[in-house]
Design a protein around this ligand. Structure first.
Ligand code: PMP
Ligand code: GLU
Length: 403
């Protein structure tokens, strides 16, 4: 625009907003991959976190049927009643949580649902506790609501340091409205034990802080780890917890864009106003596909979980063999989060440099830890076919040896 800077035209909020690093990296990896393909090479894609599996056939059939049945119009902004009922059934079946459809909101992926929760709670200057390492969009969504993200440190096992959590709470002078708890965790793959969840929950109850429990990876848990829903701990906790989930990861449906949450009905009433005024309903066809996902055969989920576990075992073992690489065994999700700071030399100063060089030189895409709140790490998504994981690990090993 001639004669005027964007700074004078656009909002301060949008100017300071960071681009989603996962999406930015994926599109860059795509471009490089397209170029390399012409020379018979390719990028190993350990960057964006999404299942490499196809959406199961029964779900695709339900979507086709929805089109044929002309279920193609606006729906209620927060989802059709059949989907809400399927979500109610899911929470009862999988998490032992009793809700009615008045407690449910369906939105455009967990991402939009999270944004709507934050918008519903946060006044300018309010604090939102974000446990490091955190998924990339939490802090930016808080900033979009003019809130202040309050970052909480983690311990060596990559789980929250509750001593630091208490300190952050007592040091902050404005109201703290929310905490975001994400287990199984993206990016660390950690799964919080019952006592660890309980400790966080107790601190929140004592301090009147509502809890967002982001459970999108709940189905991908390995070894003897178990998933605990905070809302199931007590009725007091149920009242202050908003449990978020989505069909995206569980059913390999990232592109369909259906996520949902369960909460006290008074919270849902106000969130619904945002939903009606801003995005409106999630895609009608995707909603019907999601009904089938939640109510139909769950066989594919077990198959995917098993496959991820096998890949995790392989990838973890390969990483551990690399001299200088430090990695905690992840018990859930589909990420490894190794500490690569031992390789910060020869022009590599941080996780961005490391990831950048790895992409440029070894043609492996990973996400720098800086995007998740800690610059010592990188995130490797093993939601990729095993032959790609083998190739990627060969390349990473060679790259690290040469630093
Ligand atoms: N929470 C976490 C922890 C995630 O990893 C993701 C994946 N993008 C989301 C929320 C958003 O999920 P969705 O694709 O359903 O918007
Ligand atoms: N959850 C994925 C990731 O962390 C998808 C990308 C995104 O939504 O940011 O890579």
């Amino acid at each position: 625009m001639r004669g005027r800077d964007m700074e004078d035209i656009l909002s301060k909020k949008v100017l300071r907003l960071e681009e989603s690093p996962t999406f930015a990296l994926d599109s860059r990896a795509n471009d490089i991959d397209a170029e390399l393909k012409k020379q018979g090479d390719f990028v190993v894609r350990f960057g964006i976190g999404q299942p490499d599996f196809n959406t199961p056939d029964n779900i695709k059939e339900a979507a086709k049927q929805a089109i044929d049945d002309n279920k193609t119009r606006y729906t209620p902004a927060t989802g059709v009643k059949e989907l809400k009922q399927a979500i109610v059934n899911k929470f009862k079946r999988d998490n032992g949580l009793e809700y009615g459809t008045e407690n449910i909101l369906a939105g455009i992926g967990a991402k939009q649902v999270l944004d709507t929760i934050i918008r519903a709670f946060v006044n300018p200057g309010d604090g939102v506790l974000v446990l490091k390492p955190y998924w990339v969009s939490y802090t930016q969504q808080v900033l979009l609501s003019d809130g202040i993200p309050l970052e909480v440190d983690f311990k060596d096992n990559l789980k929250p340091d509750t001593g630091h959590l208490k300190k952050v709470i007592s040091d902050f002078k404005n109201p703290i409205k929310l905490i975001i708890v994400n287990s199984p965790n993206n990016p660390a793959g950690t799964v919080y034990a019952e006592e660890e969840m309980g400790e966080i929950a107790k601190i929140c109850l004592e301090n009147g802080i509502h809890i967002i429990a982001d459970e999108v990876y709940e189905k991908f848990i390995y070894d003897s780890a178990r998933h605990y829903s905070i809302a199931g701990f007590s009725s007091d906790l149920k009242d202050i917890t908003i449990t978020v989930n989505a069909v995206s990861k569980t059913y390999a449906m990232t592109g369909w864009r259906v996520g949902y949450c369960a909460a006290h009905k008074d919270i849902i009433v106000h969130m619904s106003k945002i939903q009606g005024q801003s995005p409106s309903n999630p895609c009608s066809i995707a909603q019907w596909a999601s009904v089938e996902a939640l109510e139909g055969s769950q066989k594919s989920v077990g198959i995917m979980r098993k496959e991820y576990e096998m890949r995790r075992d392989y990838a973890y073992e390969r990483l551990c063999r690399i001299d200088g690489m430090k990695c905690v065994l992840p018990r859930g999700a589909f990420y490894l989060f190794p500490d690569v700071s031992g390789f910060y030399r020869g022009g590599i100063r941080n996780s961005n440099d490391f990831s950048e060089r790895l992409l440029e030189q070894a043609k492996v895409a990973v996400v720098p830890g800086s995007a998740f709140g800690d610059d010592r790490y990188i995130r490797i998504s093993y939601a990729a076919a095993i032959d790609k994981i083998e190739e990627g690990m060969d390349r990473i090993e060679k790259f690290c040896k040469a630093i």
